[in-house]
Design a binder for this molecule. Structure first.
Ligand code: NAD
Ligand code: UDP
Length: 317
């Protein structure tokens, strides 16, 4: 007979940065993990160490197509997350969030499975409320270059709540704020990976705009911890719930910190600010604290040191 404490869990986007860490943690907890990925931004390298694991399986599949598998829980992490990548094929990006969610929600409905959506702080757009709480509806440009991602994720949230209301699907919606750590793609284009790779390659550090825009950076271990807590919380806790780190930095401060920690002597090079780049971003974590008893633990300096060490080993190999 099947061990009922051991769950069969589907992780879409499981070969990506966050998805691969989630696969690691779920396997450590004793579950069976089915990783589904089309390898658009993910990489086999991220899951190579799991390939011979007896409870791990991987399928190359695009979630824009229906998927027929038997699982107890679904974590939907499939979607390119870096502006560079999601803008490379904006129509595929929005299809992944909208059509992909419809397929996975249909799967969850048929199976009676719980389903987690990796939503994003981007649903707040360029926020006029600061810090952002879940009750804020956002300030999103529907026709800009970021819209394929922002509006796709917003529509995915709508779908999750409609499947919940209409079909009683058990949903968990986590709004993830900027998260960084080992296994980010070196050419990913996001600020932490860009600046570290530049510092280690003895190149100038690129800052878009004057660097006064703010972000709050969460280390990957903290994020995966709260994602699993949210999935395991009681059914009434559907979210949407902000998850991330509440300490806010100006991008220029991040660059200075990376320069110091990596020993770089390169200058900072200022480049034009991309359109619709949010000016400020910091999560209000009251709900995560109250409903999940969660608080991020890793300081930016400690997380950056680990991330720099990771990129150092990737670049030198
Ligand atoms: P990532 O690009 O490393 O991972 C995304 C993964 O999804 C990749 O492995 C990619 O190949 C896969 N994928 C993309 N489209 C797919 C499709 N149609 N079918 C199957 N697989 C597909 O990015 P990440 O940072 O790990 O982000 C993972 C998820 O978390 C994304 O949904 C993203 O929107 C969300 N998120 C991330 C952050 C962050 O700061 N890292 C912040 C907010 C939200
Ligand atoms: N950014 C930067 N230099 C870079 C890459 C990004 O100054 O090399 C800026 C970017 O304009 C934004 C912030 O850093 O203001 C965070 O960018 P990222 O792409 O990491 O995430 P997002 O904008 O989606 O929060």
């Amino acid at each position: 007979m099947r061990d009922l404490s051991r769950k069969r869990i589907l992780v879409t986007g499981g070969a990506g940065f966050l998805g691969s860490h989630l696969c690691d943690s779920l396997l450590k907890l004793g579950h069976e993990v089915l990783c589904v990925d089309n390898f658009f931004t993910g990489s086999r390298d991220n899951i190579l160490h799991l390939m011979s694991h007896p409870r791990f399986e991987v399928i190359r599949h695009d979630i824009c197509l229906p998927l027929y598998v038997e699982v107890d829980e679904i974590y939907n992490f499939a979607c390119p997350a870096s502006p560079l990548h999601y803008q490379a094929d904006p129509i595929q990006t929005i299809k992944t969030s909208v059509i992909g969610s419809i397929h996975l929600l249909g799967l969850a409905k048929r199976l009676g499975a719980k389903i987690f959506q990796a939503s994003t702080s981007e649903v707040y757009g360029d926020p006029t409320m600061h810090p952002q709480s879940e009750s804020y509806w956002g300030n999103v440009n529907p026709i800009g270059v970021r819209s394929c991602y922002d509006e796709g994720k917003r529509c995915a949230e709508t779908l999750f709540f409609d499947y919940h209301r209409k079909h009683n699907v058990r949903i968990k919606v986590g709004r993830i704020f900027n998260t960084y750590g080992p296994r980010m793609h070196p050419n990913d284009g996001r600020v932490v990976s860009n600046l570290i790779v530049q510092a280690l390659s003895h190149e100038p550090l690129t800052i878009y705009g004057d660097g006064s825009q703010t972000r709050s950076f969460c280390y990957v271990d903290d994020l995966i911890d709260v994602v699993i807590r949210l999935m395991d919380s009681k059914d009434e806790v559907t979210g949407p719930i902000n998850i991330g780190n509440p300490v806010e930095y100006r991008v220029i401060e991040l660059a200075e910190q990376i320069r110091r920690l990596s020993g770089s002597r390169q200058p900072i090079m200022f480049k034009p600010l991309p359109s619709d780049d949010p000016k400020q971003r910091r999560p209000d974590l009251s709900h995560a604290r109250e409903w999940l008893g969660w608080e991020p633990k890793v300081l930016l300096e400690d997380g950056l040191k680990k991330t720099i060490a990771y990129f150092d080993s990737v670049l030198s190999s």
